[in-house]
Design a binder for this molecule. Structure first.
Ligand code: ATP
Ligand code: ZN
Length: 286
């Protein structure tokens, strides 16, 4: 009863990434394939493996305390849950697309038309906000072939690269939602024990995200360059400075956001740094 329960997708695009995330933060499982409920070996947490469409309701109703699911699914379900964190995987967009050969160039031109989608709520809301009235045709799969079958005039579907749309002779018109996987939490009151576990869980995820977005960099430099190099490094902490066999040289070690690496690399070289090495970081607690 006291074990924290998290709903995750049983088998699909999010499954491996979700398990990977849990393993990256030190939560281990002994096999999860073809199982419904799996207890962690070393954290007071169990997985409930279900279809992603069921996750928001399960979390809303408190059957699960937490869930990992795409924002697209949560918003479509209209479930009342709290988003704790964007998880930076499962990126996609929900877009409106029409046959490439049709004269339609924008969603506005679809007034009165039939739109096939697996996301009727989000689709309807979008058009209603534009002041348009469309006929939403709910389809649960292979939405992209409906215009060819004359079931619909346009579609509203998930896209990541756009390849599937192109293959099916469709042109993307407008994006109605940008989505990624999120950690959601039930709004039902939880006992202290579970709140503490959630807090612990979140700290670990934050550490993991920080590590993923950071790199450990090492370089050698003339001693007199230390001040100019320190000024360039957008470091999280002050750098580690180590002596080298050559008394005029030092080694500088530090952690920087990955987004800055290429930017500062040029400047570091110009300031005299040599042998710059960048390493991934497994985890990091600030
Ligand atoms: P289930 O059997 O669990 O209902 P599903 O077929 O609905 O699975 P998947 O195709 O596995 O779902 O997609 C799960 C989630 O992955 C989507 O809801 C979305 O958040 C995300 N996603 C990322 N890229 C794409 C994409 N190109 N197409 C569809 N979903 C994507
Ligand atoms: Zn689904």
């Amino acid at each position: 009863m006291n074990t924290l329960r998290i709903a995750i997708q049983k088998s699909g695009r999010l499954t491996d990434k979700t398990i990977q995330l849990l393993e990256n933060i030190g939560i281990r499982f002994d096999g999860y394939k073809n199982r419904l409920l799996v207890k962690s070996l070393n954290f007071d947490l169990e997985l409930l493996l279900i279809r992603d469409d069921d996750i928001p309701e399960y979390v809303q109703d408190g059957i699960c305390d937490l869930g990992v699911v795409g924002a697209n699914v949560t918003l479509e379900s209209e479930a009342e849950v709290t988003v704790l964190k964007d998880l930076d995987f499962g990126h996609c967009r929900l877009s409106i697309a029409a046959p490439a050969g049709s004269p339609v160039r924008s969603a506005k031109e679809l007034n009165g038309k039939r739109i096939a989608t697996s996301y009727p709520v989000l689709t309807k809301n979008y058009f209603t906000k534009l002041g348009l009235d469309v006929k939403v045709v709910k389809i649960s799969g292979a939405v992209e072939i409906t215009p060819r079958l004359d079931v619909a005039d346009a579609i509203c579907d998930l896209v990541s690269t756009g390849g599937t749309l192109k293959t099916n002779g469709l042109r993307e018109l407008e994006t109605i939602l940008r989505s990624q996987s999120q950690l959601i939490r039930t709004n039902k009151p939880l006992p202290d024990h579970k709140l503490k576990l959630i807090e612990k869980f979140l700290v670990r995820i934050e550490g993991q995200q920080l590590a993923e977005n950071s790199r450990y960099i090492m370089m050698n430099a003339p001693k007199e360059s230390l001040d100019s190099i320190s000024a360039i490094i957008p470091s999280l902490n002050s750098p580690t400075v180590l002596p080298l066999a050559d008394p005029d040289m030092i080694a500088i070690h530090t952690v920087i956001p990955i987004s800055k690496f290429w930017e500062v690399m040029e400047e570091l070289k110009a300031a005299g740094a040599t042998g710059i090495v960048m390493l991934p970081i497994q985890n990091m607690i600030n």
